[in-house]
Design a binder for this molecule. Structure first.
Ligand code: NAD
Ligand code: USQ
Length: 382
Protein backbone atom coordinates (compact mmCIF):
# COMPACT_ATOMS: atom_id res chain seq x y z
CA UNK A 1 0.00 0.00 0.00
CA UNK A 2 1.23 3.54 -0.75
CA UNK A 3 1.18 5.39 2.54
CA UNK A 4 2.09 8.96 3.48
CA UNK A 5 3.11 9.44 7.12
CA UNK A 6 2.74 13.13 7.93
CA UNK A 7 4.67 14.03 11.08
CA UNK A 8 7.00 11.12 10.29
CA UNK A 9 9.98 12.74 12.04
CA UNK A 10 8.18 12.82 15.41
CA UNK A 11 7.95 10.54 18.45
CA UNK A 12 5.04 8.42 17.12
CA UNK A 13 5.50 9.09 13.40
CA UNK A 14 9.11 7.93 12.99
CA UNK A 15 8.65 4.42 14.45
CA UNK A 16 5.36 4.11 12.54
CA UNK A 17 7.02 4.99 9.22
CA UNK A 18 9.75 2.39 9.86
CA UNK A 19 7.27 -0.29 10.91
CA UNK A 20 5.01 0.25 7.89
CA UNK A 21 8.06 0.22 5.59
CA UNK A 22 9.27 -3.04 7.17
CA UNK A 23 5.83 -4.57 6.62
CA UNK A 24 6.32 -3.96 2.89
CA UNK A 25 4.33 -0.77 2.42
CA UNK A 26 5.63 2.00 0.15
CA UNK A 27 6.12 4.81 2.67
CA UNK A 28 6.85 8.51 2.31
CA UNK A 29 7.18 11.08 5.07
CA UNK A 30 5.98 14.68 5.22
CA UNK A 31 7.38 16.80 8.05
CA UNK A 32 8.03 20.53 8.48
CA UNK A 33 10.68 19.88 11.18
CA UNK A 34 8.81 22.33 13.40
CA UNK A 35 9.17 20.04 16.43
CA UNK A 36 12.96 20.33 16.21
CA UNK A 37 12.59 24.13 15.97
CA UNK A 38 10.36 24.17 19.06
CA UNK A 39 13.21 22.46 20.96
CA UNK A 40 15.33 25.51 20.10
CA UNK A 41 12.55 27.90 21.14
CA UNK A 42 12.15 26.16 24.52
CA UNK A 43 15.92 25.60 24.98
CA UNK A 44 15.04 21.94 25.35
CA UNK A 45 15.98 18.63 23.75
CA UNK A 46 15.13 14.98 23.39
CA UNK A 47 16.92 12.95 26.08
CA UNK A 48 18.04 10.63 23.28
CA UNK A 49 20.30 12.13 20.60
CA UNK A 50 18.41 12.09 17.29
CA UNK A 51 19.89 12.04 13.80
CA UNK A 52 18.59 14.27 10.99
CA UNK A 53 15.68 12.85 8.99
CA UNK A 54 17.99 12.62 5.98
CA UNK A 55 20.46 10.46 7.90
CA UNK A 56 17.68 8.39 9.42
CA UNK A 57 16.16 7.35 6.07
CA UNK A 58 19.61 6.80 4.52
CA UNK A 59 20.50 4.42 7.35
CA UNK A 60 17.15 2.63 6.94
CA UNK A 61 17.88 2.13 3.24
CA UNK A 62 21.40 0.88 4.00
CA UNK A 63 20.10 -1.65 6.55
CA UNK A 64 16.97 -2.88 4.80
CA UNK A 65 17.20 -1.84 1.14
CA UNK A 66 13.86 -0.07 1.62
CA UNK A 67 13.41 3.51 0.53
CA UNK A 68 11.35 6.02 2.51
CA UNK A 69 10.88 9.20 0.46
CA UNK A 70 10.82 12.46 2.44
CA UNK A 71 9.13 15.79 1.77
CA UNK A 72 10.09 18.67 4.03
CA UNK A 73 7.21 21.12 4.20
CA UNK A 74 4.24 22.41 6.14
CA UNK A 75 0.71 21.04 5.78
CA UNK A 76 -0.50 24.62 6.12
CA UNK A 77 1.01 25.30 2.67
CA UNK A 78 -1.49 23.89 0.22
CA UNK A 79 0.74 24.21 -2.88
CA UNK A 80 3.34 22.03 -1.20
CA UNK A 81 0.76 19.45 -0.12
CA UNK A 82 -0.80 19.38 -3.60
CA UNK A 83 2.57 18.58 -5.16
CA UNK A 84 3.21 15.74 -2.73
CA UNK A 85 -0.26 14.28 -3.22
CA UNK A 86 0.04 14.47 -7.02
CA UNK A 87 3.39 12.72 -6.90
CA UNK A 88 2.47 10.06 -4.34
CA UNK A 89 -1.24 9.38 -5.01
CA UNK A 90 -1.44 7.63 -1.59
CA UNK A 91 -3.93 4.95 -0.62
CA UNK A 92 -3.61 5.91 3.05
CA UNK A 93 -2.65 9.23 4.64
CA UNK A 94 -1.52 8.83 8.27
CA UNK A 95 -1.75 12.24 9.90
CA UNK A 96 0.45 12.75 12.98
CA UNK A 97 1.64 16.23 11.94
CA UNK A 98 0.26 18.52 14.63
CA UNK A 99 1.43 20.58 17.60
CA UNK A 100 0.70 18.01 20.29
CA UNK A 101 1.57 19.55 23.65
CA UNK A 102 -1.24 20.77 25.90
CA UNK A 103 1.11 22.99 27.99
CA UNK A 104 2.64 24.52 24.82
CA UNK A 105 -0.86 25.51 23.67
CA UNK A 106 -1.49 27.18 27.04
CA UNK A 107 1.71 29.32 27.20
CA UNK A 108 -0.03 32.46 25.93
CA UNK A 109 -2.30 33.77 23.18
CA UNK A 110 0.34 33.33 20.46
CA UNK A 111 0.93 29.69 21.29
CA UNK A 112 -2.80 28.95 21.50
CA UNK A 113 -3.34 30.59 18.11
CA UNK A 114 -0.33 28.82 16.59
CA UNK A 115 -1.56 25.44 17.86
CA UNK A 116 -5.08 25.82 16.56
CA UNK A 117 -4.08 27.35 13.20
CA UNK A 118 -1.34 24.77 12.60
CA UNK A 119 -3.57 21.85 13.53
CA UNK A 120 -6.94 22.91 12.14
CA UNK A 121 -5.65 24.47 8.90
CA UNK A 122 -3.18 21.64 8.26
CA UNK A 123 -5.93 19.06 8.71
CA UNK A 124 -8.37 21.02 6.54
CA UNK A 125 -5.76 21.14 3.79
CA UNK A 126 -5.32 17.37 4.07
CA UNK A 127 -9.08 16.92 3.66
CA UNK A 128 -9.12 19.13 0.54
CA UNK A 129 -6.03 17.41 -0.88
CA UNK A 130 -7.70 14.01 -0.49
CA UNK A 131 -10.94 15.27 -2.03
CA UNK A 132 -9.20 16.86 -5.00
CA UNK A 133 -6.30 14.51 -5.68
CA UNK A 134 -6.88 11.12 -4.10
CA UNK A 135 -10.59 10.75 -3.26
CA UNK A 136 -10.30 7.06 -2.40
CA UNK A 137 -7.40 7.65 0.02
CA UNK A 138 -8.13 6.61 3.61
CA UNK A 139 -7.35 9.35 6.14
CA UNK A 140 -5.97 7.88 9.38
CA UNK A 141 -5.97 10.83 11.75
CA UNK A 142 -4.41 10.94 15.18
CA UNK A 143 -6.94 12.34 17.61
CA UNK A 144 -6.79 12.07 21.37
CA UNK A 145 -8.72 10.53 24.26
CA UNK A 146 -8.53 14.01 25.78
CA UNK A 147 -11.20 15.16 23.31
CA UNK A 148 -13.77 13.57 25.61
CA UNK A 149 -12.47 15.06 28.86
CA UNK A 150 -13.57 13.26 32.03
CA UNK A 151 -17.38 12.91 31.93
CA UNK A 152 -19.16 11.13 34.76
CA UNK A 153 -20.48 8.47 32.35
CA UNK A 154 -18.61 5.75 30.39
CA UNK A 155 -16.95 7.04 27.22
CA UNK A 156 -18.03 5.29 24.00
CA UNK A 157 -16.01 5.08 20.77
CA UNK A 158 -16.98 8.34 19.11
CA UNK A 159 -20.75 8.02 19.22
CA UNK A 160 -23.49 7.85 21.85
CA UNK A 161 -26.96 6.34 21.48
CA UNK A 162 -29.26 9.03 22.88
CA UNK A 163 -32.96 8.90 23.71
CA UNK A 164 -34.43 12.35 24.20
CA UNK A 165 -38.09 13.33 24.53
CA UNK A 166 -39.19 10.03 23.07
CA UNK A 167 -36.82 10.09 20.07
CA UNK A 168 -33.55 8.21 19.50
CA UNK A 169 -30.37 9.06 17.59
CA UNK A 170 -26.68 8.08 17.37
CA UNK A 171 -24.83 11.32 18.03
CA UNK A 172 -21.16 12.32 18.39
CA UNK A 173 -20.06 11.70 21.98
CA UNK A 174 -19.92 15.03 23.90
CA UNK A 175 -16.47 16.64 24.00
CA UNK A 176 -15.11 18.52 27.04
CA UNK A 177 -11.38 18.88 26.34
CA UNK A 178 -8.90 20.35 28.81
CA UNK A 179 -6.58 22.60 26.76
CA UNK A 180 -6.47 24.64 23.55
CA UNK A 181 -4.43 21.76 22.08
CA UNK A 182 -7.05 19.15 22.97
CA UNK A 183 -9.69 21.53 21.59
CA UNK A 184 -7.85 21.66 18.25
CA UNK A 185 -8.37 17.90 17.95
CA UNK A 186 -12.10 18.33 18.57
CA UNK A 187 -12.25 20.92 15.79
CA UNK A 188 -10.36 18.48 13.51
CA UNK A 189 -12.80 15.68 14.31
CA UNK A 190 -15.76 17.88 13.41
CA UNK A 191 -14.14 18.91 10.13
CA UNK A 192 -13.33 15.31 9.20
CA UNK A 193 -16.81 14.09 10.08
CA UNK A 194 -18.29 16.84 7.89
CA UNK A 195 -15.96 16.01 4.97
CA UNK A 196 -16.93 12.32 5.19
CA UNK A 197 -20.62 13.17 5.21
CA UNK A 198 -20.49 15.74 2.41
CA UNK A 199 -17.72 14.49 0.11
CA UNK A 200 -17.74 10.77 0.83
CA UNK A 201 -14.18 10.71 2.16
CA UNK A 202 -13.17 7.65 4.21
CA UNK A 203 -11.58 8.41 7.59
CA UNK A 204 -10.56 6.84 10.88
CA UNK A 205 -10.07 9.08 13.91
CA UNK A 206 -7.70 7.35 16.33
CA UNK A 207 -8.45 8.81 19.74
CA UNK A 208 -5.11 7.90 21.19
CA UNK A 209 -4.28 7.85 24.91
CA UNK A 210 -0.88 8.82 26.32
CA UNK A 211 1.93 6.94 24.60
CA UNK A 212 4.82 5.59 26.67
CA UNK A 213 8.02 3.90 25.61
CA UNK A 214 10.95 4.86 23.47
CA UNK A 215 11.88 2.19 21.02
CA UNK A 216 10.54 -0.46 18.67
CA UNK A 217 12.29 -3.37 16.95
CA UNK A 218 12.98 -1.08 14.01
CA UNK A 219 14.34 1.96 15.89
CA UNK A 220 16.61 -0.45 17.80
CA UNK A 221 18.35 -1.60 14.63
CA UNK A 222 20.94 1.20 14.74
CA UNK A 223 21.69 4.30 16.91
CA UNK A 224 20.96 6.51 13.86
CA UNK A 225 17.37 5.23 13.95
CA UNK A 226 16.90 6.18 17.64
CA UNK A 227 13.55 7.79 18.44
CA UNK A 228 13.08 11.12 20.22
CA UNK A 229 12.00 11.07 23.88
CA UNK A 230 10.70 14.15 25.67
CA UNK A 231 11.10 14.74 29.39
CA UNK A 232 10.60 18.49 29.83
CA UNK A 233 7.61 20.11 31.53
CA UNK A 234 6.11 21.16 28.18
CA UNK A 235 6.43 18.10 25.89
CA UNK A 236 7.27 15.29 28.33
CA UNK A 237 4.26 13.11 29.16
CA UNK A 238 3.35 11.26 32.35
CA UNK A 239 5.15 7.93 32.80
CA UNK A 240 8.00 8.67 30.33
CA UNK A 241 8.62 11.79 32.41
CA UNK A 242 8.47 9.92 35.71
CA UNK A 243 10.93 7.29 34.49
CA UNK A 244 13.40 9.96 33.38
CA UNK A 245 12.96 11.87 36.65
CA UNK A 246 13.80 8.72 38.60
CA UNK A 247 16.90 8.18 36.43
CA UNK A 248 18.26 11.65 37.18
CA UNK A 249 17.54 11.58 40.91
CA UNK A 250 14.65 14.07 40.85
CA UNK A 251 11.39 13.69 42.75
CA UNK A 252 8.47 12.51 40.63
CA UNK A 253 6.19 15.42 39.72
CA UNK A 254 2.61 14.36 40.43
CA UNK A 255 0.35 17.37 39.84
CA UNK A 256 -2.11 17.84 42.72
CA UNK A 257 -3.73 14.74 44.22
CA UNK A 258 -2.71 12.51 41.28
CA UNK A 259 -6.14 10.91 40.86
CA UNK A 260 -6.17 12.14 37.23
CA UNK A 261 -6.84 8.93 35.31
CA UNK A 262 -5.96 8.54 31.63
CA UNK A 263 -5.78 5.87 28.94
CA UNK A 264 -2.22 4.74 28.08
CA UNK A 265 -0.59 2.59 25.43
CA UNK A 266 2.84 1.33 24.54
CA UNK A 267 4.54 2.90 21.49
CA UNK A 268 4.70 -0.60 20.00
CA UNK A 269 0.90 -0.66 20.00
CA UNK A 270 0.69 2.80 18.38
CA UNK A 271 2.48 1.51 15.27
CA UNK A 272 0.34 -1.63 15.16
CA UNK A 273 -2.94 0.29 15.58
CA UNK A 274 -2.07 2.44 12.56
CA UNK A 275 -1.32 -0.70 10.54
CA UNK A 276 -4.64 -2.26 11.60
CA UNK A 277 -6.53 0.88 10.57
CA UNK A 278 -4.70 0.99 7.22
CA UNK A 279 -5.32 -2.67 6.40
CA UNK A 280 -9.03 -2.46 7.23
CA UNK A 281 -10.01 0.97 5.91
CA UNK A 282 -13.20 2.88 6.66
CA UNK A 283 -15.87 2.74 3.96
CA UNK A 284 -16.33 5.72 1.62
CA UNK A 285 -18.27 8.36 3.57
CA UNK A 286 -17.63 6.62 6.90
CA UNK A 287 -16.18 8.56 9.84
CA UNK A 288 -14.89 5.76 12.03
CA UNK A 289 -13.66 6.39 15.57
CA UNK A 290 -11.36 4.07 17.53
CA UNK A 291 -10.36 4.71 21.14
CA UNK A 292 -6.65 3.84 20.98
CA UNK A 293 -5.43 2.93 24.45
CA UNK A 294 -4.91 -0.41 26.17
CA UNK A 295 -4.98 0.33 29.92
CA UNK A 296 -5.88 3.16 32.25
CA UNK A 297 -3.92 4.41 35.23
CA UNK A 298 -4.07 7.32 37.62
CA UNK A 299 -1.01 9.54 37.61
CA UNK A 300 -0.25 8.65 41.24
CA UNK A 301 -0.49 4.93 40.46
CA UNK A 302 2.09 5.39 37.68
CA UNK A 303 4.42 7.33 39.96
CA UNK A 304 4.23 4.52 42.51
CA UNK A 305 4.88 1.87 39.85
CA UNK A 306 7.96 3.76 38.63
CA UNK A 307 9.20 4.34 42.20
CA UNK A 308 8.99 0.60 42.96
CA UNK A 309 10.94 -0.46 39.85
CA UNK A 310 13.53 2.32 40.17
CA UNK A 311 14.12 1.37 43.82
CA UNK A 312 14.62 -2.27 42.82
CA UNK A 313 17.31 -0.94 40.47
CA UNK A 314 19.01 0.88 43.33
CA UNK A 315 17.68 4.43 42.82
CA UNK A 316 16.16 6.41 45.66
CA UNK A 317 12.87 7.98 44.51
CA UNK A 318 10.37 10.29 46.25
CA UNK A 319 6.99 11.31 44.90
CA UNK A 320 6.10 15.03 45.16
CA UNK A 321 2.59 16.42 44.92
CA UNK A 322 3.15 19.75 43.17
CA UNK A 323 0.52 22.44 43.03
CA UNK A 324 -1.35 21.54 39.83
CA UNK A 325 -0.46 23.98 37.02
CA UNK A 326 -3.48 22.74 35.05
CA UNK A 327 -7.19 23.15 35.60
CA UNK A 328 -8.54 19.58 35.68
CA UNK A 329 -10.37 17.18 37.99
CA UNK A 330 -7.94 15.41 40.31
CA UNK A 331 -10.41 12.73 41.38
CA UNK A 332 -12.98 11.53 38.90
CA UNK A 333 -14.72 8.63 37.20
CA UNK A 334 -13.11 7.21 34.05
CA UNK A 335 -14.32 4.26 32.08
CA UNK A 336 -13.83 4.14 28.32
CA UNK A 337 -14.65 1.56 25.67
CA UNK A 338 -11.67 0.43 23.54
CA UNK A 339 -12.93 -2.71 21.80
CA UNK A 340 -12.81 -1.65 18.11
CA UNK A 341 -9.03 -2.12 17.73
CA UNK A 342 -9.01 -5.27 19.88
CA UNK A 343 -11.77 -6.73 17.67
CA UNK A 344 -9.61 -6.02 14.61
CA UNK A 345 -6.69 -7.98 16.07
CA UNK A 346 -4.67 -5.66 18.35
CA UNK A 347 -2.68 -7.72 20.86
CA UNK A 348 -1.68 -5.18 23.52
CA UNK A 349 1.77 -4.83 25.06
CA UNK A 350 0.79 -4.12 28.66
CA UNK A 351 2.74 -2.06 31.18
CA UNK A 352 4.81 -4.49 33.21
CA UNK A 353 7.66 -3.80 35.62
CA UNK A 354 10.02 -5.10 32.93
CA UNK A 355 8.71 -2.53 30.45
CA UNK A 356 9.38 0.25 32.98
CA UNK A 357 12.83 -1.24 33.70
CA UNK A 358 13.65 -1.37 29.99
CA UNK A 359 12.81 2.32 29.46
CA UNK A 360 14.70 3.24 32.64
CA UNK A 361 17.84 1.44 31.45
CA UNK A 362 17.59 3.06 28.02
CA UNK A 363 17.29 6.59 29.42
CA UNK A 364 20.05 6.16 31.99
CA UNK A 365 22.53 5.94 29.11
CA UNK A 366 21.67 9.51 28.12
CA UNK A 367 20.92 11.11 31.48
CA UNK A 368 23.75 13.64 31.14
CA UNK A 369 21.79 15.24 28.27
CA UNK A 370 18.94 16.33 30.57
CA UNK A 371 18.67 20.10 31.01
CA UNK A 372 17.73 20.22 34.70
CA UNK A 373 15.83 23.52 34.63
CA UNK A 374 13.39 22.08 32.07
CA UNK A 375 12.16 19.31 34.33
CA UNK A 376 9.63 21.19 36.48
CA UNK A 377 6.37 22.42 34.90
CA UNK A 378 6.55 26.05 33.80
CA UNK A 379 3.19 26.67 32.12
CA UNK A 380 0.09 27.58 34.10
CA UNK A 381 -3.45 27.17 32.73
CA UNK A 382 -4.61 30.37 34.49
P1 NAD B 1 5.74 15.02 17.83
O1 NAD B 1 5.67 16.48 18.11
O2 NAD B 1 6.89 14.23 18.32
O3 NAD B 1 5.62 14.78 16.25
C1 NAD B 1 4.78 15.56 15.42
C2 NAD B 1 5.55 15.80 14.12
O4 NAD B 1 4.71 16.57 13.24
C3 NAD B 1 6.83 16.61 14.34
O5 NAD B 1 7.92 15.95 13.73
C4 NAD B 1 6.54 17.97 13.70
O6 NAD B 1 7.69 18.55 13.14
C5 NAD B 1 5.48 17.61 12.66
N1 NAD B 1 4.55 18.71 12.33
C6 NAD B 1 3.80 19.45 13.21
N2 NAD B 1 3.05 20.34 12.53
C7 NAD B 1 3.30 20.14 11.21
C8 NAD B 1 2.82 20.74 10.02
N3 NAD B 1 1.92 21.74 10.03
N4 NAD B 1 3.28 20.29 8.82
C9 NAD B 1 4.20 19.28 8.77
N5 NAD B 1 4.71 18.69 9.87
C10 NAD B 1 4.26 19.11 11.08
O7 NAD B 1 4.35 14.39 18.37
P2 NAD B 1 3.97 12.88 18.65
O8 NAD B 1 4.08 12.62 20.09
O9 NAD B 1 4.66 12.00 17.69
O10 NAD B 1 2.43 12.91 18.29
C11 NAD B 1 2.00 12.64 16.97
C12 NAD B 1 0.48 12.77 16.88
O11 NAD B 1 -0.13 11.85 17.77
C13 NAD B 1 -0.03 14.16 17.24
O12 NAD B 1 -1.09 14.50 16.37
C14 NAD B 1 -0.54 13.98 18.66
O13 NAD B 1 -1.56 14.88 18.92
C15 NAD B 1 -1.02 12.54 18.64
N6 NAD B 1 -0.96 11.93 19.98
C16 NAD B 1 0.24 11.81 20.64
C17 NAD B 1 0.27 11.22 21.91
C18 NAD B 1 1.53 11.08 22.72
O14 NAD B 1 1.45 10.63 23.88
N7 NAD B 1 2.69 11.42 22.18
C19 NAD B 1 -0.93 10.75 22.48
C20 NAD B 1 -2.13 10.90 21.77
C21 NAD B 1 -2.13 11.48 20.52
N1 USQ C 1 0.85 15.07 34.90
C1 USQ C 1 1.41 15.02 36.16
N2 USQ C 1 2.75 15.20 36.25
C2 USQ C 1 3.55 15.41 35.17
C3 USQ C 1 2.97 15.44 33.89
C4 USQ C 1 1.60 15.27 33.79
O1 USQ C 1 0.72 14.80 37.16
O2 USQ C 1 4.76 15.58 35.36
C5 USQ C 1 -0.60 14.85 34.75
C6 USQ C 1 -1.33 15.98 34.05
O3 USQ C 1 -1.75 16.97 34.95
C7 USQ C 1 -2.49 15.23 33.41
C8 USQ C 1 -1.92 13.86 33.11
O4 USQ C 1 -0.76 13.72 33.93
O5 USQ C 1 -3.54 15.08 34.31
C9 USQ C 1 -1.52 13.65 31.68
O6 USQ C 1 -0.61 14.67 31.27
P1 USQ C 1 0.41 14.41 30.07
O7 USQ C 1 1.28 15.60 29.93
O8 USQ C 1 1.04 13.08 30.22
O9 USQ C 1 -0.60 14.24 28.83
P2 USQ C 1 -1.51 15.28 28.06
O10 USQ C 1 -1.22 16.68 28.39
O11 USQ C 1 -2.93 14.82 28.17
O12 USQ C 1 -1.04 15.07 26.55
C10 USQ C 1 -0.46 13.86 26.07
C11 USQ C 1 0.14 14.18 24.70
C12 USQ C 1 -0.98 14.60 23.76
C13 USQ C 1 -2.06 13.52 23.74
C14 USQ C 1 -2.55 13.18 25.13
C15 USQ C 1 -3.43 11.95 25.15
O13 USQ C 1 1.10 15.21 24.82
O14 USQ C 1 -0.46 14.81 22.47
O15 USQ C 1 -3.13 13.97 22.95
O16 USQ C 1 -1.42 12.85 25.96
S1 USQ C 1 -4.75 12.10 26.32
O17 USQ C 1 -4.19 12.38 27.63
O18 USQ C 1 -5.45 10.85 26.28
O19 USQ C 1 -5.56 13.21 25.88
Amino acid sequence: MKIIVAGGDGFCGWPTALYLSKQGHDVSIIDSMVRRKIDDELHSNSITPIASLEDRVAKWKELTGKEIRTYEGDLQHYDFLQQVMEQEKPEAFVHFAEQRSAPYSMIDREHAVYTQVNNVVGNLNVLYAIKEMAPDCHLIKLGTMGEYGTPNIPIEEGYLEVEHKGRKDRLPFPKQPGSFYHLSKVHDSHNIMFACRVWGIRATDLNQGIVYGLDTNETNMDPVLTNRLDYDGVFGTALNRFIIQSAIGRNLTVYGKGGQTRGFLNLEDTVRCVEIAAEKPAEPGEFRVFNQFTEDFSVLELAERVKKVAEEEGYHVDVDHLENPRVELEEHFLEAVNTNLLDLGLEPHFLTDDVIRHILKAVIEHKERVIEENVLPSVSWK
